[in-house]
Design a binder for this molecule. Structure first.
Ligand SMILES: [Zn+2]
Ligand SMILES: [Zn+2]
Length: 235
C-alpha cells in the first residue's frame, strides 16, 4: 500500500474549499475559489494544475472542477480535523464560538492522525462541530433553512452555515445557536425578513442570515405516563 501523502497546508485548504463549494448552488469555479481563499485567480490556476498532477482533482480548462476519489478522501479528513479542532477549542479551552473557526483553520493542519484520535476520544467522540456541522462531511442532511421553514412550527436550530466571526457574534447575541428552540412567525413579502420567536423572544432576522441557519422540526416532548399507584394512599 502506498504511504499516505503528506499534503501542504495550502493543498489542504484548496481541497476543503472545493469540497465546500461543490455543495453550493454556485459550484466550484476559479472565481469562487479565489474569493473563498482570498487569493488571485492566477494563483488558483497554478494550484489547480498542481492538484490535478497530484491526482486530487479533475477539470477541463479550469471549469468542471471536481475532486477525485482520493481528493474527496483527503478533503473529508481535513474537514473532520477542522471540526474536531473547533470542539477542542470551545469545549476544553473556552475559546469563544466566534473565534473558533479561524483558530481551527490553523490548527487543522497541525493535528496528526494519532493526536486526532486522542482528541476525539477525550471529547467523547463528538458527532458535530460547535456550529452543528457533522464531523463526517458525508453524513445525510435532513434539515431545512430558516428561510424556507414552515410558519408557526416548533423548530430546533441544528447548524450555522456561515461561521464567520461577525455572523457568529451576531447570532450568539441573539441566542440563535445550535439547540435553540425557534418558531418562524411571519415572513415579510417584500424583503424576505423573517420574524422569529427565539426561546420566547420575538426578533426580526435578515433574509441572508436566515438562509444560512439550518433547522429541523422539534420532537414533541414525550409524555410520561402518570404513575397512578404512587398517587394512591399518599394523600
Ligand atoms: Zn469552521
Ligand atoms: Zn464549525
Amino acid at each position: 500500500m502506498p504511504s499516505p501523502v503528506e499534503l501542504s497546508d495550502s493543498v489542504e485548504d484548496y481541497l476543503e474549499a472545493i469540497h465546500r463549494l461543490s455543495a453550493t448552488p454556485e459550484g466550484v469555479s476559479t472565481t469562487a475559489l479565489a474569493r473563498q481563499l482570498e487569493v488571485t485567480p492566477a494563483s488558483v490556476t497554478g494550484m489547480l494544475r498542481r492538484l490535478s498532477e497530484l491526482g486530487l482533482i479533475t477539470y477541463r480548462r479550469y471549469r468542471d472542477i471536481a475532486l477525485t476519489r482520493s481528493g474527496q478522501r483527503h478533503a473529508r479528513e481535513v474537514i473532520r480535523r477542522h471540526r474536531l479542532a473547533e470542539r477542542l477549542l470551545t469545549d476544553v479551552l473556552g475559546v469563544p464560538l466566534a473565534e473558533a473557526h479561524d483558530e481551527a483553520r490553523r490548527l487543522e493542519h497541525a493535528v496528526s492522525p494519532a493526536l486526532e484520535a486522542r482528541i476525539a476520544e477525550t471529547l467523547g467522540e463528538p458527532k458535530v462541530c460547535p456550529h452543528g456541522h457533522p464531523l463526517d462531511p458525508a453524513a445525510a442532511d435532513r434539515t431545512m433553512s430558516l428561510a424556507e421553514a414552515p410558519l408557526n412550527r416548533a423548530l430546533v436550530v441544528t447548524r450555522l452555515e456561515d461561521e464567520s466571526p461577525e455572523v457568529i457574534r451576531h447570532l450568539t447575541e441573539r441566542k440563535l445557536l445550535p439547540g435553540a428552540r425557534v418558531r418562524v412567525k411571519a415572513r415579510e413579502p417584500l424583503d424576505g425578513t423573517v420574524i422569529m420567536d427565539v426561546e420566547g423572544d420575538t426578533q426580526p432576522l435578515g433574509p441572508k442570515v436566515a438562509a444560512s441557519i439550518r433547522v429541523r422540526r422539534a420532537q414533541r416532548a414525550r409524555r410520561r405516563p402518570a404513575r397512578r399507584s404512587g398517587d394512591l394512599g399518599r394523600a
